[in-house]
Design a protein around this ligand. Structure first.
Ligand SMILES: NC(=O)c1ccc[n+]([C@@H]2O[C@H](COP(=O)([O-])OP(=O)(O)OC[C@H]3O[C@@H](n4cnc5c(N)ncnc54)[C@H](OP(=O)(O)O)[C@@H]3O)[C@@H](O)[C@H]2O)c1
Length: 263
């Protein structure tokens, strides 16, 4: 199935995205790896290649910048790279009171988590529709499932990703294209450094409670090939997300505030 097939992964220089790269490479896929950092991508490429005949293209690209998704798509076209699988994994969060956060950095986060993901789905999804085959895996978060004080804008971007992905999945299923949304809970990556939470040892996001990035990526790939609409990584995360459905919204927002204020 993977012979001469190509997967494009955003945010492939570390964390869950790097684990996606390892998994797809081990299954025989050619890779197109995206992040802002050429050096890190080069290191990933060298660590994976190991004499294999599969190709790995690296394209440094800041997907929080205006028109970056279109530029990335144009670059792939120019290089004759046509992904059979698109993994929209790149994203970051910002922790704190919304009014205290940098407005421009929140805008960058929305550009990356929402705008670029949406445009990449449109651009590459259109080609998949024409070919009548393809897979898209979008990475949301358990934050998608409830209002999340102190992670308010970030979690809302992931609610968008979840709802958009599920809607797109229903549109594209008529053309043989599968869209799956993966929602990780706390996972042991650099996410917590960039979001400002850091390597906390106690509380909701304590390092010991976080899932392994490899396990999360494996669950995502498995859900994709099982053609699931969406999946939440891990039983505890599933129970937490599902229990929200039956509780009053005010109660959920209040509990979420308690958990998130001093994570
Ligand atoms: N870790 C968690 O607890 C957790 C929980 C729920 C959801 N998620 C989601 O999982 C996804 C992966 O996150 P992670 O945990 O693996 O975090 P991570 O270790 O910080 O990795 C993020 C990846 O995205 C890339 N990236 C960041 N900004 C970018 C930009 N502007 N343009 C292009 N690439 C960019 C980073 O590469 P460069 O820095 O080299 O650009 C890196 O490869 C994200 O969408 C995140 O929201 C994570």
């Amino acid at each position: 199935m993977s012979e001469n097939q190509t997967v494009l992964i955003t945010g492939a220089s570390g964390g869950i995205g790097l684990e996606f790269a390892k998994i797809f490479f081990s299954k025989g896929y050619n890779l197109i790896l995206i992040s802002r950092d050429r050096q890190k991508l080069q290191e990933v490429k060298e660590s994976l290649t190991n004499g294999s005949s599969q190709s790995i293209a690296i394209i440094p690209c800041d997907l929080s910048q205006d028109k970056s998704a279109q530029n990335l798509y144009n670059q792939c076209k120019a290089d004759e790279l046509a992904p059979d699988i698109l993994v929209n994994n790149a994203g970051f969060g910002m922790h704190g009171e919304h009014v205290d956060l940098s407005v421009s950095e929140v805008e960058n986060m929305i550009n990356l988590n929402i705008l670029s993901l949406t445009s990449l789905c449109g651009l590459f999804g259109r080609d998949m529709k024409k070919r009548k085959s393809g897979f898209i895996l979008n990475v949301a978060s358990t934050g998608a499932y409830q209002p999340t004080p102190y992670h308010g804008a970030y979690a809302a971007t992931k609610s968008y990703v979840l709802n958009f992905s599920e809607a797109l999945a229903k549109e594209l299923e008529d053309y043989g294209v599968t869209v799956t949304c993966l929602s990780p809970g706390a996972t042991d990556t650099d996410f917590f450094i960039r979001s400002g939470i850091g390597d906390v040892m106690t509380g909701f996001f304590a390092k010991k409670r976080r899932m392994d990035a490899k396990k999360v990526a494996e669950l995502g790939v498995s859900a994709l090939f099982s053609k699931k609409l969406s999946t939440i990584a891990g039983l505890t995360n599933k129970i937490l997300a599902w229990s929200n459905r039956f509780a009053p919204r005010a109660m959920v927002a209040g509990l979420s505030k308690i958990l998130m204020k001093n994570p």
